[in-house]
Write a protein that binds this ligand. Structure first.
Ligand SMILES: C[S@@+](CC[C@H](N)C(=O)[O-])C[C@H]1O[C@@H](n2cnc3c(N)ncnc32)[C@H](O)[C@@H]1O
Length: 439
C-alpha cells in the first residue's frame, strides 16, 4: 500500500473503485456471502471480519482485505475531489457535531426506542426517551446524513444497519466511552498544553481538564463503577473486531510451545485475552491482574465461562511489586501505550524484578509504522486515531520501534526486545521481551 499516487485523477480513482468492487463482489458471490448493505436487516459485518464465533463466515484472505482497503482509500479521495478542496476542508472540521449528536443519542437511549422493523414518529420517540421532540428530530436528521438512522416518511424514523449497532451492548459502550470520556478532552487540548507544557503525568491530561478531576482515568473509574464497566465493554468490543482482534495474540506467539506454564495478564481487564489463549493452550494456567473493582466485577461476570477453572483473577496495582514470581509469560496488552515512558518503565521494572531466567514479557501494542507504509485509511482508523486518544486522555503515545527500544532500555538494561510480529490486518504487534542471556 506504500507509495500511493498523491494526486490521482477522478477517472483513475473511479477505475480503481470499479476494479476493487469487482474483486469484492466476485469474492462474495463465489462464496455465497451476504452483499454489503446499510439496510436495517443487513449483516452487520463485512463477512469474515466480525468477532470470531459471532461472524462464522471464513476469515478474509489477504487479497480481499487489500481490495477493501484500496477501495476505501479511493472512494474517500474520490469524494474529496468531487467536493473540491474548499468543501472537503470544511467537512473535515465538523466532526464535533456528529460526536455531540451521538452523545445525545447514546445518553437518551434513542436507538433502543426505534423499532427494528417499521418506524416511529419523532414525537413518539421523544416522548419515550423523555426529550424535546423538535430537538430529537434535528439530532437524528443530522445523524442520518452520516448513515445513522433514516427518515422513512415525513416525521418518522427507522434504523439503518449502522444505527442498529447501538443495540449491541459492547458497541454501545464504545460509543459511550468515545462520546462520554474521550470527547470531553478534545476542547481542552490547547488549555492542557498551555497549563502543563510537555507533561508526561497521568493526571495532567486534556481528559483531566474535561472531566475536572486530578485523578488519572483508571483511578477515577475505581469510584465510578458504571463508567469502568462501560470502558470494559469498549475494550471487549475493540478486541472482537478485525483491527484489534485478540486472535493475533494467539497467532503471533507459540503458546502451546510453553507446555505447562503460567501466564500473568497484567492489567488484563475481564480476562478476554487469556480466554482466547486458553482455547489453544490446554496446559497453561492464567492469572488476570487488574485493579480491585475491575477484578471483583470480572469474577462476577466470568464465573461460568469456559476454561474459567484455569483463569484466576487477582487484584494487583502494576505500579507496585509484582507478586507472581517466575511466570512463563507476563502479558501486557494495551497497557504500555496508556503511559509515558516514565510510568511505562516503572511497570516493566516491576516485571523484571519478578522474572526468572526463562520468563518473558509479551507486549501487545502498536508499533507505529512510518507514514506511507499503511494506506491512509488504515493509518487513520487505527494508528493515528489511537495516538490522538493517548495524547488527549493519557499524556502518552503510540510508539515507533525506536520508542519501544528506548523504553525497554530505560526500564532495565538487562532487558532486550527479541522479536516483533505482526498479523496482517491487525493493528497491534506482538513483541517478545526477555532478559539478555549471559554470553
Ligand atoms: C486499556 S485497558 C487494557 C485491558 C486489556 N489488557 C486488554 O487488552 O483489553 C487497561 C487496563 O489496565 C487496568 N489498569 C489501569 N491501571 C492499573 C493499575 N495501576 N494496576 C493494574 N491494572 C490497571 C485497567 O483497569 C484496564 O483494565
Amino acid at each position: 500500500m506504500a507509495h500511493q499516487d498523491p494526486n490521482p485523477t477522478l477517472l483513475e480513482l473511479a477505475q480503481q473503485v470499479q476494479a476493487d468492487c469487482r474483486i469484492i463482489i466476485d469474492h462474495l458471490a463465489r462464496n455465497a456471502l451476504p452483499s454489503p448493505s446499510l439496510a436495517a436487516d443487513a449483516y452487520p459485518f463485512f463477512p469474515g471480519t466480525g468477532p470470531p464465533g459471532v461472524d462464522t463466515f471464513p476469515r478474509l484472505n489477504e487479497d480481499i482485505r487489500k481490495a477493501r482497503t484500496r477501495l476505501q482509500v479511493a472512494a474517500t479521495t474520490l469524494a474529496q475531489l468531487a467536493a473540491g478542496p474548499a468543501d472537503a476542508a470544511l467537512t473535515g472540521t465538523i466532526g464535533h457535531f456528529m460526536s455531540a449528536c451521538l452523545q445525545y443519542i447514546h445518553h437518551f437511549r434513542l436507538a433502543e426506542h426505534v423499532p427494528v422493523d417499521g418506524d416511529i414518529s419523532y414525537k413518539d420517540l421523544a416522548a419515550k426517551a423523555g426529550v424535546v421532540s423538535n430537538q430529537c428530530a434535528r439530532v437524528l436528521k443530522f445523524a442520518a446524513t452520516k448513515g445513522w438512522f433514516r427518515q422513512t416518511r415525513p416525521g418518522h424514523v427507522t434504523h439503518t444497519a449502522i444505527s442498529k449497532m447501538l443495540l449491541m451492548p459492547d458497541f454501545r459502550d464504545t460509543i459511550g466511552y468515545v462520546t462520554g470520556e474521550s470527547f470531553a478532552g478534545g476542547p481542552k487540548m490547547v488549555e492542557a498544553v498551555e497549563k502543563y507544557p510537555g507533561s508526561a503525568e497521568k493526571n495532567e491530561t486534556c481528559w483531566n481538564l474535561g472531566h475536572n478531576t486530578d485523578l488519572p482515568m483508571f483511578e477515577y473509574f475505581e469510584h465510578q463503577p458504571a463508567r469502568m464497566q462501560r470502558f470494559m465493554g469498549c475494550m471487549r468490543y475493540m478486541a472482537s473486531g478485525e483491527s484489534f482482534s485478540t486472535k493475533n495474540v494467539v497467532d503471533a506467539f507459540d503458546w502451546q510451545g510453553l507446555g505447562k506454564g503460567l501466564v500473568v495478564d497484567v492489567g488484563g481487564g475481564f480476562g478476554h485475552c487469556c480466554s482466547e489463549i486458553a482455547t489453544v493452550a490446554p496446559h497453561l494456567d492464567f492469572i488476570v491482574q487488574d485493579l480491585e473493582k475491575v477484578v471483583a466485577q470480572a469474577q462476577r461476570e466470568r464465573a461460568n465461562d469456559k476454561d474459567i477453572d484455569r483463569i484466576k483473577f487477582q487484584a494487583h496495582n502494576f505500579f507496585t511489586a509484582q507478586p507472581v514470581k517466575n511466570a512463563s509469560v507476563y502479558l501486557l496488552r494495551f497497557i504500555c501505550h496508556d503511559y509515558s515512558d516514565k510510568y511505562a518503565a516503572q511497570i516493566l521494572g516491576h516485571l523484571v524484578a519478578a522474572m526468572g531466567p526463562n520468563s518473558r514479557i509479551i507486549i501487545v501494542d502498536e508499533v507505529m509504522p512510518e507514514v506511507g507504509v499503511l494506506s491512509s485509511v488504515e493509518e487513520q482508523r487505527a494508528s493515528r486515531m489511537l495516538d490522538m486518544e493517548m495524547m488527549l486522555s493519557f499524556n502518552s503515545l503510540e510508539r515507533e520501534e525506536e520508542g519501544w527500544q528506548s523504553l525497554i532500555e530505560q526500564a532495565d538494561e538487562r532487558l532486550e526486545l527479541r522479536s516483533i510480529r505482526r498479523i496482517p490486518g491487525n493493528v497491534l504487534a506482538v513483541m517478545e521481551v526477555g532478559l539478555k542471556q549471559p554470553n
